[in-house]
Design a binder for this molecule. Sequence first.
Ligand code: ADP
Length: 167
Amino acid sequence: MRITLVQGDITAQHVDAVVNAANSSLLGGGGVDGAIHRRGGPAILAECRRLRASHYGRGLPTGQAVATTAGELPARWVIHTVGPVHSAGEDRSELLASCYRESLRVADELGAASVAFPAVSAGIYGWPLDDAARIAIGTVRATPTEVTDIRFVLFDPDAYAAFERAL
Ligand code: ADP
């Protein structure tokens, strides 16, 4: 498994699957979620709505992952995962680790060889960057997977620097 860091926009990545830091509604939101739906077009949201209706009436639980088409993105699939909101009073790192493990499990089911991850939970959900980066890198390194190319796509220089330190 090769892990690389990229500073840029995850929606532009030519990989088999891009991971979305979704919210449990699966119906879109801000940050990376908004960018994926904007750039990927309506096919992604349509499939998310079908998944809500068929499997996740109460939403996708935190720490789980599910795949849809990638619509007009260069990738083939979007893997939606719901990160935990950071809490100062409660250690939710296991749920954040689960996002990476479950996304890789779904990638294996799809047969994806290359996967791009954003810094899940490190935006609107408020996770401190260094901690988010350590959990992200540590978990993918420790997860048995057929994925050979893992790319962390960091939107801003601060996130990139945190992932570089963690790597
Ligand atoms: P969360 O709600 O899980 O915190 P966000 O989308 O708010 O998710 O943020 C997760 C990370 O994704 C943040 O570091 C944010 O800067 C970054 N981000 C936002 N847009 C993009 C994008 N187009 N490509 C890659 N990363 C992005």
